[in-house]
Design a protein around this ligand. Structure first.
Ligand code: HSE
Length: 406
C-alpha cells in the first residue's frame, strides 16, 4: 500500500473541503503537498501554508514526489489537458469533473490502458453517493435494466423550494449558489446539462456503452411555471428533473434527461433539497435505491477521499461491461408521453405528435398531453428552446414496464 502524496488542482468549494477532510481522515495516509489555484491572493475559508500554493499545474505534473493528482476545477478542457498529461506521466488521478469526463471518457479509458495509471471519478456523479463504484463492481453482470434518478442537487434544491415551499425560483437558485451546490455557471444545473453529463458517465458503468452528450435529449427546468406546478399538484404529483438510462427489448437501450411527474409511491418523490436519489432496477431484484447528498463541498470531498483511499489499495475501474458483456445499442426510436405547456409557440401544431390525448386552452394557459417519438423531440430542439413552453414526461411507458412480472 502506498502513501498518497497529492497534488490538488482547483481550490474552490470542493478543493477546500477536501483539504479539511483529508486532515480529519487519519487512516487515509494521504497528504496534499501542492495546490494549484487560479489566484494566489484570493481570500479563502481555509488557511494553507503559502509554500503549498502555485498557479501552474506543471509544478504538480512535473513533481516526481507527487503520485496522485486530484483535479476539481470547473473548466472541462483545462481539466482534460491536466488529467491526460498526469496519466501520461504515470500518475494516478482522481477527478470530479463530470463535463470533462462525459466528453472525453473514451480517450481517458484508452489512456489508462496504455499508461497503466488509474483514473477514478466517483465524485463526478451524485456527490456523496457511491454510484459509479457500485455499478462497476456489484452490478458487474448483465441483470441491470434501468438506472433512473435525480442526479443534480442544485436543480432539485430549487424544485423543492419552489414546489414544496412556494418560494421564488430566482431566490432558490441564488441560495443554491450561496450554499456551494451550483456550478460556476448555474445554467448547467437547471438546463439538465449537468445531469446529462452524469448520466453519460453512469451509463458507461451501468451497461458498458459510451454515448456522447450531443446525441441525447435533454430538457431542463428554467421555464417551469405556476400553471405547471398547479397541474402537478392537482394530480398529487411532484415535478423532478430526472435522468434515466433504460434497457429495451431487442438489445436496445435509451437515455434522456427531462422533468417528470413523480407520484408519491416512487422513491424519488421523497428526494428533496440538494439530495440525489438513484433507483437501480434489475431482472431478479426489482429495485434498489441509493440516496444521499448530491452537491456541496463536504459530501463531494467525502467521495473524493473514498477514491483516494481506493487507490491506496490499487483499485482501478476495469470497465468490465465494456469488455465482457453484450452491449446494447442506443436508440431514440420510442414514444414518450408528454405534458407540453405553451402560450404563443403552438406546440400542438409545431411538434410531430403521434397522438394528442388531451388538449386544454384558456386565454393564458394551453397544454397538450400526447405521445411523441423521442427522436422527434431531439430533432425539434430549436422549437423547444422557446421561453413560453414547458415539457414534462409522464412516465407511462416505464409504468407499463413496471407491470411486467419480475
Ligand atoms: N452543481 C452540481 C449539483 C454539483 O448541483 O449537483 C455536484 O455535481
Amino acid at each position: 500500500m502506498n502513501d498518497m502524496t497529492i497534488g490538488l488542482v482547483g481550490f474552490g468549494t470542493v478543493g477546500q473541503a477536501l483539504y479539511k477532510v483529508i486532515g480529519r481522515a487519519a487512516n487515509a495516509h494521504a497528504s496534499i503537498t501542492k495546490i494549484c489555484v487560479r489566484s494566489l491572493d484570493k481570500p479563502r475559508d481555509v488557511e494553507v501554508p503559502a509554500g503549498l500554493l502555485t498557479t501552474s499545474p506543471d509544478d504538480i505534473l512535473s513533481d516526481p514526489s507527487i503520485n496522485l493528482v486530484v483535479e476539481v476545477i470547473d473548466n472541462a478542457e483545462a481539466s482534460f489537458r491536466i488529467v491526460s498529461e498526469a496519466l501520461r506521466r504515470g500518475k494516478n488521478v482522481v477527478s470530479g469533473n463530470k463535463a470533462m469526463l462525459a466528453r472525453h471518457l473514451p480517450e481517458l479509458m484508452e489512456l489508462q490502458r496504455a499508461t497503466g495509471a488509474a483514473l477514478l471519478y466517483d465524485a463526478s456523479s451524485c456527490g456523496s453517493i457511491p454510484v459509479i463504484r457500485n455499478l462497476e463492481e456489484y452490478y458487474d453482470n448483465d441483470l441491470l435494466l434501468e438506472v433512473k434518478g435525480i442526479l443534480n442537487g442544485s436543480s432539485n434544491f430549487i424544485l423543492s423550494r419552489v414546489f414544496d415551499h412556494g418560494e421564488d425560483y430566482a431566490d432558490a437558485l441564488l441560495r443554491a449558489q450561496k450554499l456551494g451546490f451550483a456550478e460556476s455557471d448555474p445554467t448547467h444545473d437547471v438546463s439538465g446539462a449537468d445531469s446529462l453529463n452524469k448520466l453519460v458517465i453512469i451509463t458507461l458503468h451501468a451497461i458498458g456503452v459510451y454515448v456522447a452528450p450531443s446525441g441525447i435529449f435533454v430538457y431542463g427546468i428554467p421555464t417551469l411555471g405556476d400553471e405547471d406546478i398547479r397541474y402537478a399538484r392537482e394530480k398529487g404529483m411532484k415535478i423532478k428533473l430526472v435522468a434515466q438510462v433504460v434497457k429495451l427489448p431487442d438489445n436496445r437501450f435509451t437515455m434522456f434527461v427531462m422533468p417528470e411527474f413523480v407520484a408519491p409511491n416512487r422513491y424519488i418523490y421523497a428526494v428533496d433539497d440538494e439530495y440525489n436519489g438513484v433507483v437501480i432496477r434489475g431482472e431478479c431484484y426489482d429495485r434498489q435505491f441509493m440516496f444521499g447528498k448530491g452537491a456541496g463541498g463536504y459530501p463531494t470531498a467525502s467521495s473524493l477521499l473514498s477514491d483516494i483511499t481506493a487507490l491506496r489499495h490499487d483499485y482501478r475501474y476495469e470497465y468490465k461491461k465494456t469488455a465482457f458483456t453484450p452491449r446494447p445499442v442506443y436508440t431514440t426510436d420510442l414514444p414518450l408521453k408528454l405534458y407540453a405547456r405553451f402560450s404563443t409557440t403552438d406546440l400542438a401544431t409545431l411538434l410531430p405528435w403521434k397522438e394528442i390525448r388531451e388538449e386544454y386552452r384558456s386565454p393564458s394557459y394551453r397544454y397538450v398531453v400526447g405521445e411523441i417519438m423521442l427522436s422527434d423531440l431531439l430533432k425539434s430542439s430549436s422549437i423547444l428552446a422557446a421561453a413560453d413552453i414547458f415539457l414534462c414526461n409522464i412516465p407511462y411507458f416505464f409504468a407499463g414496464r413496471d407491470d411486467l412480472p419480475s
